[in-house]
Design a protein. Sequence first.
Length: 255
Amino acid sequence: MYQANHIENLKSGNYATENSTQKQPHHYTKLIIGSILWLLAVVLMVLLSLFAHAHPQPVPFELTVSRDIQAIPFPSFIQAIMRWFTAINDPIPDVITVCVVAVILALLRKFKAAIFLILSAGIGNAVDALIGDVVRRPRPSVRLLHVDSLLKFNSFPSGHSCHMMVFYGFLLYLSLTKPVRQWKYHWALLPLQAYAIVTILIMGFARLWEGEHWITDVVAGYLDGLIWMVLFIALYNLTTEKLRERRERKAGNSH
C-alpha cells in the first residue's frame, strides 16, 4: 500500500514538473514583454516629468483642452456628480477608504491582499507627491480659466488620477482573480467593480473640468498610478506563487 502511494506521488510530482517545464517558455516570454512595457512606461513618465518641469505654464494645447472641456454645458446634476467624486477622493477620505478596505480584507482573512493594497496605495501616492515636489509645476491660474478651488499643492502629476488608478485598479484586479471568480456570490461584486471603473474614468475628466490640472498632469497621474499598480500586482502574484510552492513542498515532505 505504501509503495503504491509512493509511486502515485512520484507520478504526480513528475507530471507537475513536466507541466511546469512546458509552461516556463511561455511564462518567461510574458515576463520579458511585460517588463519591457513597464520600463517604457517609466521612461515615458520621466519624459513627461521633464516636459512639465520645463513648462511650468501650460502650452497652447493644454490650455485649449481645458477651455474646450469647461465650455461644455453640463447639466447641474452632472456637475454635482463630478464634484462629489472629487470630494470623496480627496487625501483624507482616501486614507480612510484605504484603511477601511484593508480592514475588511483582513477580517475576511485576505491578509496578503490587504498588505499589498496598503503598500501599492501608500508607496504609489508617496512617489507621486515626491515627483510633484521635484517638478514643482504650479496649479492652473484663474487668469487663464475657471478654477474650482485654489490649491497650493503641485499640479504635476495629478494625485487624484494616480490614486484612482493604483487603488481602485488594484482592487479591480483582486476582484477578477480566479479564487474570487469561483466564489459562489462573485456577482455581488459587480456594483463595486462598476463603481471602481467609473471612478477611475471620471476622475481625470473631472479634474480638468474643475480647472485643477492640465491634461499633461492628468495623463501623468494615471501613468504613475498604472506603473505602481502593475508593479505591485506582479509582486502580489510572485508572492502568491512562492507561498503555493512552499505549501506544496511541505505537503510533499510530509508523505
